[in-house]
Design a protein around this ligand. Structure first.
Ligand SMILES: [Zn+2]
Length: 249
């Protein structure tokens, strides 16, 4: 067993751990904007809801005002007809004028009924507007809190990424250029994973069995081995101690 190979494999495994942890964090960080905008959209749905209710309220109030104006004009017409009643000459004219006044009063009563129902509607919609305003305020607080949490989590992850990056740079600087090249190639071929542990003869990344002869060579630890299947640098998990790569204080 070559002690240098053993140490090198341990170093490569730590390097891989740092790179994998960083990649996972970066993937998560890439989704942060999406999460923030989803929350923003939730808030906007509540704003729309309130706007709709306010629009409804405006409409029913407008209806009420229109009815008020119409009532005034009917009242004026009734007063005018009442005055005319004193000047009519024939009974026929008199009857016709009475009929006109009755019709106006009937119309007025219909509008007054409608106004009562509109008043009910105003009351209902006003309550809805108050509810929607309260819901919006709650949602605003909730969204702000969630966005704050997302942002602070992202900041913590960014710090972790920076720390992992520094850790990998330090390890990288210690590697000789040949090793750097080998790692970079395995990383490229292995779609972001250059180093794989082998447990009980199985490559833990591609899940293929290492052929017996290759396994014997791997366990000897006198040279670096690649997985015959995925071409990643492999190390026997049972023998290599991997220090945990993680955030340093
Ligand atoms: Zn493999």
């Amino acid at each position: 067993m070559d002690e240098r190979i053993k140490n090198l494999l341990a170093t490569l495994a730590v390097l891989q751990r740092a790179d994998s942890a960083r990649a996972a964090l970066e993937k998560n960080l890439a989704g942060v904007e999406q999460r923030l905008s989803t929350l923003q959209n939730q808030l906007m749905a509540y704003q729309e809801q309130l706007k709709t209710s306010q629009g409804q309220l405006e409409q029913v109030k407008k209806q009420y005002r229109t009815d008020e104006v119409e009532i005034k004009s009917i009242d004026a017409a009734i007063v005018k007809s009442d005055e005319k009643l004193g000047y009519v000459k024939t009974n026929k004219e008199y009857q016709s004028m009475l009929k006109e006044i009755d019709d106006l009063k009937l119309k007025k009563s219909d509008i007054e009924d409608r106004m009562l129902s509109v008043l009910d509607q105003i009351e209902t919609v006003e309550k809805k507007v108050i509810c929607d305003k309260a819901d919006l305020e709650d949602m605003k607080r909730e969204v702000e809190e969630k966005q704050k949490a997302v942002r602070s989590e992202a900041e913590a992850q960014q710090r972790e990424v920076a720390s992992l990056h520094q850790e990998r740079e330090e390890i990288w600087a210690e590697l000789d250029p040949k090793m750097q090249k080998m790692y970079a190639r395995a990383m490229h071929q292995g779609h972001g994973v250059a180093v794989a542990a082998v447990i009980e003869g199985v490559c833990q990344v591609c899940r293929m069995n290492i052929p017996p002869q290759a396994y014997i060579e791997l366990m000897r630890l006198d040279a670096l081995s690649l997985c015959p299947n995925c071409q990643r640098i492999i190390y026997p998990k049972a023998v290599i101690e991997v220090e945990s790569a993680g955030v340093r204080d």
